[in-house]
Write a protein that binds this ligand. Structure first.
Ligand code: NAD
Length: 297
């Protein structure tokens, strides 16, 4: 199987690397040539542009920041739709909005090229270890061809339905994940302000039904030890919670917690936290309340 892989950032690099390390033939492309060069050194072929990554590919994946980049790479001049053989499959793994994924599905259906979406769940640290989860939306007839490829990048694949249903599932998933950023932050800043021992509080909160995956798995390895380097970049988090908020608006579903968390993300970005991990919301919340940053000992 020849695989094209476009977008080698925090997530795409690790996913493409898993394919290469498991012996797949992978042709990679990113505007950042350095990322592609690193994978070339590990056995990938490096394409000079999107067209080259599509040439002779059985499957092409994109893992790009958001709707704007995906639409440009997939449907733009010199894009995937102009270059992919009709027998190939194109799967977008980026997190985009419903309108974007539906536009992609329609455009590729019109061209007679199979299309699916497979946004990725779990943390960047899981992608590094080949332990990602995929929310796959594609016509069931393609599962025998594509599922084995996903199991070379991760451990779990859910077939959520037709093309577009992966994205719909991911929006709901990330709305919950990102709302927890705010809930965790309010809880931790309050716990510290009430004079509690944070280590003990943390153990209690992760051992009861208050527990959430973000708090349990991510917080102790990121903000609570002072590591704000992006696993999940704050700007991407803001994009994702905005996608959920916008989906609520267009479906006329009220999402008050989501909308509040979205505004806090915007405030944190405006305060200068561009380039930090989403867990930096906890430090932002402490700063806003003139309290020290909560840290585990
Ligand atoms: P990133 O910003 O680290 O990487 C994006 C990559 O795309 C960069 O290397 C960039 O150079 C490349 N790129 C941008 N435009 C391009 C173009 N026109 N042609 C070729 N390459 C181009 O982002 P990431 O953290 O890897 O996230 C990618 C997607 O996955 C996003 O949609 C994000 O929301 C989603 N996601 C992220 C996480 C996470 O924890 N980081 C987890 C799950 C899903």
């Amino acid at each position: 199987m020849n695989i094209g892989f476009i977008g080698l950032g925090r997530m795409g690099f690790s996913l493409a690397r898993s394919l290469v390390s498991k012996g797949e033939t992978v042709c990679v492309f990113d505007l950042n040539a350095e990322a592609a060069q690193k994978l070339e050194a590990e056995g990938a072929r490096r394409a000079q542009n999107v067209a080259e990554a599509c040439k002779d590919a059985d499957i092409v994946f994109t893992m790009l920041p958001g709707p704007k980049q995906v639409l440009a790479v997939a449907l733009g001049a010199e894009g995937i739709i102009e270059n992919l053989p009709a027998t190939s499959i194109y799967i977008d793994m980026s997190t985009v909005d419903v309108d974007t994924v539906d536009a992609l599905a329609q455009a590729f259906a019109d061209k007679g090229i199979a299309f699916g979406d497979a946004p990725v769940g779990r943390l960047a640290a899981h992608a590094d270890k080949g332990e990602s989860l995929f929310m796959l939306g594609i016509d069931g007839q393609h599962l025998p061809k594509v599922e084995p490829v996903f199991y070379k990048m991760g451990t779990t694949v859910y077939h959520c339905g037709k093309a577009g249903d992966g994205t719909r599932t991911k929006l709901i998933n990330n709305m919950m994940v990102l709302c927890y950023c705010q809930i965790n932050s309010e809880a931790l800043v309050l716990a510290q302000s009430l004079g509690l021992d944070l280590n003990t509080t943390f153990e209690v909160l992760t051992s009861t039904t208050a527990s959430n995956g973000q708090l349990k798995e991510k917080w102790p390895n990121k903000v609570l030890k002072g590591d704000l380097s992006p696993g999940f970049d704050l700007a991407l988090g803001y994009k994702d919670i905005s996608l959920a908020s916008n989906a609520g608006a267009s479906s006329q579903v009220a999402l008050p917690v989501c909308d509040t968390a979205r505004n806090v993300f915007r405030m944190a970005l405006a305060s200068g936290r561009v380039g930090q991990d989403t867990s930096c919301i906890t430090d932002f919340w402490a700063e806003l309340n003139h309290r020290p940053s909560p840290r585990l000992k």
